[in-house]
Write a protein that binds this ligand. Structure first.
Ligand SMILES: Cc1cc2nc3c(=O)[nH]c(=O)nc-3n(C[C@H](O)[C@H](O)[C@H](O)COP(=O)(O)O)c2cc1C
Length: 309
């Protein structure tokens, strides 16, 4: 049974990755399990300069999920290379750097600074963070600007460039199209959805930023729908990485059957750090029980079956 998969010229030992911002750089998880079992680790967003993020409160629970407005706190690309990279460079799995900037040039500079860091095999451009005014969202919500950014980064760096799309748009396939036309090597969907909670004791919004990004089981059906739509339009042309609401292997397989070639586990890491390992085991069990020999048989499978039967 083959769970490994080659995407954009890179072989991943399995299709289960961890999502940006929910796993740090893997350092904490390393203390409780062997993170080389993961297909890949996507880092917390990395910017050109260090950022402190937003004022607290910046996390609040919601029914079946959470709202966050961390604001892309990170040590900057030099801080990452100096303090974090030496601790992850010998881990036997791939790292994907999640990148964001305020300008095209900043995105390019951050990627370029990581070109020689071998352990980082690809870049995931965050054009969709809802929690900072200039966290890429200006790119993610305007197709023309997005196309320009993807083209610029793609033509400036050697490693594969994935684009993480915002779900806070009317038609995500339009944004996917711009990325595909501009040379993106993969599409990652979705980032968090805009949401708000009001704290009745304080009589004001819970989050300091008022609005934050909704994640967790509540968003699974939205993410699966978006993966389905993008696969229907571009299936086979570009790999889709499904993220949003995955806690169990069944959730992960919904993404895969809808069209995802790999999945990322996000919020679930906060309440069950072992969730990604359980998802890997669950997919293996499922494939064995149903006699699937290769994971690729599952990708987009529901599109090939007659819906009525
Ligand atoms: C606390 C927190 C921080 C996040 N930080 C980032 C980030 O830095 N860059 C990014 O592209 N996405 C970030 N995300 C979005 C996740 O990677 C993921 O797209 C989203 O949470 C949906 O997946 P989930 O429902 O499995 O959590 C963050 C999410 C959370 C909850």
């Amino acid at each position: 049974m083959n769970l490994s998969i080659e995407l954009f010229g890179i072989r991943f030992k399995n299709p289960v990755w961890v999502a940006s911002g929910t796993f740090g750089y893997g350092l904490e998880a390393m203390e409780i399990y062997d993170i080389s079992k993961l297909g890949a680790v996507v880092t917390k967003g990395i910017s050109l300069r260090p950022r402190e993020g937003n004022e607290p409160p910046r996390i609040v629970e919601t029914p079946c999920g959470m709202l966050n407005s961390i604001g892309l706190q990170n040590p900057g690309v030099e801080g990452f290379l100096e303090k974090i990279y030496p601790k992850i460079k010998d881990v036997d799995t791939h790292f994907i750097a999640n990148i964001f900037g305020e300008t095209e040039e900043e995105y390019v500079e951050v990627c370029k600074a990581l070109e020689e860091a071998e352990k980082v095999v690809a870049y995931e451009l965050n054009v969709s963070c809802p929690n900072v005014k200039k966290g890429g969202i200006a790119f993610g919500h305007d197709p023309v600007t997005l196309g320009g950014l993807v083209e610029k980064v793609r033509s400036s760096v050697k490693k594969p460039v994935l684009v993480k799309l915002s779900p806070n748009v009317t038609d995500i396939t339009e944004f996917a199209k711009v990325c595909v036309d501009s040379g993106a090597d993969g599409l990652v969907l979705i980032n968090t959805l805009l949401g708000m909670r009001i704290n009745l004791r304080r009589e004001r919004p819970d989050l300091s930023t008022k609005v934050g990004g909704l994640s967790g089981p509540a968003i699974l059906p939205i993410a699966v729908r978006m993966v389905w739509e993008v696969y229907e339009r571009f299936g086979g042309q570009v790999p889709i990485i499904g993220v949003g609401g995955i806690t169990t292997y069944e959730d992960a397989l919904e993404h895969v059957y809808a069209g995802a070639s790999a999945v990322q586990i996000g919020t679930a890491n906060f309440y069950d750090p072992y969730a990604p390992l359980k998802v890997i085991e669950g997919i293996e069990r499922f494939m064995k029980e149903r006699n699937f020999k290769d994971f690729r048989q599952l990708i987009g499978r529901s599109h090939r079956l007659d819906i009525k039967t």
